[in-house]
Design a protein around this ligand. Structure first.
Ligand code: SF4
Length: 680
């Protein structure tokens, strides 16, 4: 374009926008001779306003024909499932359809096209697809993805490859791992592209807690008849609620239910949805005002310091400046879900954490400690209802029982029925929320007795306990001598630190963690052991009933060709028989690293041996040069393995970055104090 020095740009537009006005912009760009690519996201629904269908009928072939007829220099289709467009489908002859895995290559190609090109990306909106599946109007593939938590390295590659917000962090004694939030999963299986052997797909079993055929009985709902009704909010002036959360998690549904309940009771109600992007891409705030009569509602949006209730479906948005500005001490009640819900940024920032304590404190300080209540609605809903889908309705029930929602329980029940989605589950969730607010002690007892797995201890592990646990693990990994080698190395560093910096154990802690990580590298034998030692079977049994059939997604050495698009070894699907191979490999761990080891000379195993040797050399350097003055540098050096995670190319890239840091830190460690700052 004449006003830009940039040779080419991409412009996204949704199919809804295309239909109501975007087509004109494309025509104008063609007429102006602009060089750019319009990416038309054919997601089959007007996602930002609730998933309505497009006005009129428009298919992908029709869209391609329109664009070709309008004079686009090139039109290309990219589809999640190109097979739905067989040869002879009604596309213009020059239009090629590619699989979405080829998106990057297609885009690079379009960058070189002079004039306006059009890329039609054909994939149903994820949030809408899940909605349709829940309503039974779209087929629900029977295959689910599960991550073997022990095999997972927490490298985050699955998030990078798939951009999927259903991949959630799991904190374990072995560090941060990943799991699939089965409620949020849209089953597009793109996470399988994460380069690691942690993924299995499960078909033929039923997820526990769903579909009513659960062998593990969920706790029965207690008798609610004795529950006292709360004192309802005074409606002599309109009551202002603000419901907050992140996009695509059902926040707007809560507003719809309260609004409908108020309407059914003949009350006045106004609702404004301020919605961010779905798929955890943005903040959502529903402003809702309820009055005794419709005439009482003159405005809807809560003014500064004007909210009576903040119902926080997550803390990130509830504790944001814009929401805190609506809180007034002495007037506002805050009820919030304090489960750590990751935002969409987690797909790109593997170590992202949320400042949970600070966010709780900000809300408590603004509203006053007595006016702010927090409950982990996600974990509680998962334990009581089998999944997290109804967590927000649980929170609504909790707030209602606290007397913070100005409509009757009967009206809310009726609104839930009218909504006609997961009615029984949502009614139960509402009742459980009420029960939790009424009797927290009884609720704790129910949760403790229904836990399918022992709760992880919340007491921080001591250094001695961590060393002991890791030594035991390495004994299983290889043998007792291997475990003892680990302990001896760590004890030497521990002793040294005690002599040099008696007030700190940071170096010993970092060395205990780092050495363990490199000694317990997940080679073929170890991955096999972690699939066959019983823990993964227990994980599956806790998740599924019936006879689940599992398949593995692996890129085994010697058998994997490079993927033509990514250049990485291509992963392939293996049936349940792989378990027998794993069992055999696990028994062969004794040959690890010996001349009989067929994997010994693979690039990955060589890298792992080098990383361990380098690390032990770093520990030697620390032992030779440690002073109180360079202690902090030594800790950084010992903690470097924290940065090296993943498998194959992912690990290779991380190791390269860490090697440069190691060089710099070793230089700083050995530098005289006067030069240390510069060297570090
Ligand atoms: S190892 Fe990396 S890619 Fe694999 S599941 Fe864990 S975080 Fe995802």
């Amino acid at each position: 374009a004449p006003f830009s020095k940039q040779g080419h740009v991409f412009q996204n537009i949704g199919d809804g926008t295309y239909v109501h006005s975007g087509a004109l912009a494309i025509r104008a760009a063609i007429a102006a001779g602009t060089t750019m690519t319009f990416k038309i996201l054919f997601n089959d629904a007007v996602a930002m306003t609730g998933g309505q269908g497009l006005d009129g009928e428009l298919s992908v072939p029709q869209l391609a024909r329109q664009m070709s007829a309008d004079g686009a220099a090139r039109v290309v289709g990219v589809a999640e499932d190109p097979s739905k467009y067989p040869k002879g489908a009604d596309f213009p002859s020059a239009v090629a359809i590619h699989h979405r895995d080829e998106l990057d290559a297609v885009q690079r190609d379009l960058q070189k096209v002079s004039g306006v090109s059009v890329l039609i990306y054909d994939q149903t909106c994820s949030a809408e697809l899940r909605r349709r599946r829940r309503r039974g109007t779209a087929p629900d593939p029977p295959r689910r993805v599960v991550i073997n938590e022990m095999v997972c390295e927490g490298c985050g590659d699955c998030g990078v490859q798939s951009n999927c917000v259903a991949i959630v962090p799991v904190e374990s004694e072995f560090g941060r791992k990943r799991a699939i939030d089965q409620t949020a999963c849209n089953k597009d299986y793109s996470c399988l592209k994460g380069f690691c052997p942690s993924f299995v797909t499960v078909s033929g079993g039923t997820l526990r807690g769903r579909d009513g055929d659960d062998a593990r009985a969920l706790p029965p709902l207690p008798d609610m008849s004795g529950l006292p009704a709360p004192r309802m909010p005074d409606l002599s002036r309109p009551y202002s609620m603000v419901i907050t959360g992140v996009g695509g998690t059902g926040v707007i549904t809560v507003g719809v239910l309260v609004g409908m309940a108020a309407h059914m009771e003949g009350k006045g109600v106004g609702v404004i949805d301020m919605s961010g992007l779905a798929q955890k891409g943005g903040a959502v705030a529903v402003h809702l005002r309820v009055g005794e009569h419709p005439d009482d509602i003159k405005s809807v949006r809560a003014s500064a310091a004007g909210a009576d209730l903040i119902l926080g479906c997550d803390l990130v948005v509830a504790a944001s400046d814009s929401v805190l500005g609506l809180v007034k001490e002495g007037m506002t009640t805050v009820i919030a879900n304090d489960h750590e819900i990751m935002t969409g940024d987690f797909t790109r920032q593997r170590d992202l954490t949320m400042p949970m304590d600070e966010m709780r404190a900000a809300l408590s300080q603004s509203a006053g400690a007595d006016a702010a209540s927090f409950i982990d609605a996600h974990a509680t809903a998962a334990a009581l209802l089998g999944d997290t889908m109804s967590a927000n309705i649980f929170l609504l029930g909790y707030a209602w029982q606290r007397g913070a929602v100005p409509v009757s329980a009967d009206a809310l029940h009726a609104a839930i029925r009218l909504n006609a989605v997961a009615v029984e589950r949502n009614l139960d969730a509402f009742s459980w929320g009420r029960f939790a607010a009424h009797d927290a002690g009884a609720m704790d007892n129910i949760l403790n007795s229904s836990a399918s797995q022992p709760a992880r201890s919340t007491r921080p592990e001591t250094l001695e306990e961590a060393i002991e646990r890791r030594q035991r693990f390495l004994t299983e990994y290889q043998n007792a001598a291997y475990g003892e080698r680990y302990r001896a190395r760590v004890e030497a560093i521990r002793k040294l630190e005690l002599e040099c910096v008696p007030s700190s154990s940071a170096l010993a802690g970092a060395a205990a963690r780092g050495l363990f990580k490199l000694m317990a590298s997940k080679d073929e034998y170890e991955v096999a052991r972690l699939y066959t030692d019983g823990a993964f079977q227990r994980q599956l049994e806790a998740m599924f009933t019936g006879n689940p059939r599992i398949e593995f997604h692996l890129a085994p050495p010697f058998f994997s060709r490079p993927d033509p698009i990514s250049g990485r070894p291509k992963k392939r699907r293996f049936g349940p028989w792989m378990m027998r191979v794993f069992a055999m490999l696990a028994r062969m761990k004794g040959v690890r690293g010996t001349l009989l080891d067929p994997f010994r000379y693979s690039a990955d195993r060589k890298l792992e041996r080098r990383l361990l040797a380098d690390y032990e050399a770093s520990l030697d350097e620390i032992a030779a040069h440690l002073t109180p003055d360079n202690h902090a540098i030594a800790v950084q050096l010992a903690a470097l393995p924290d940065e090296i995670s993943g498998f194959g190319p992912v690990k290779g890239e991380a190791a390269e970055l860490a090697a440069q840091q190691r060089k710099d830190l070793l230089g700083a460690l050995k530098a005289p104090p006067s030069k240390r700052r510069h060297a570090a």
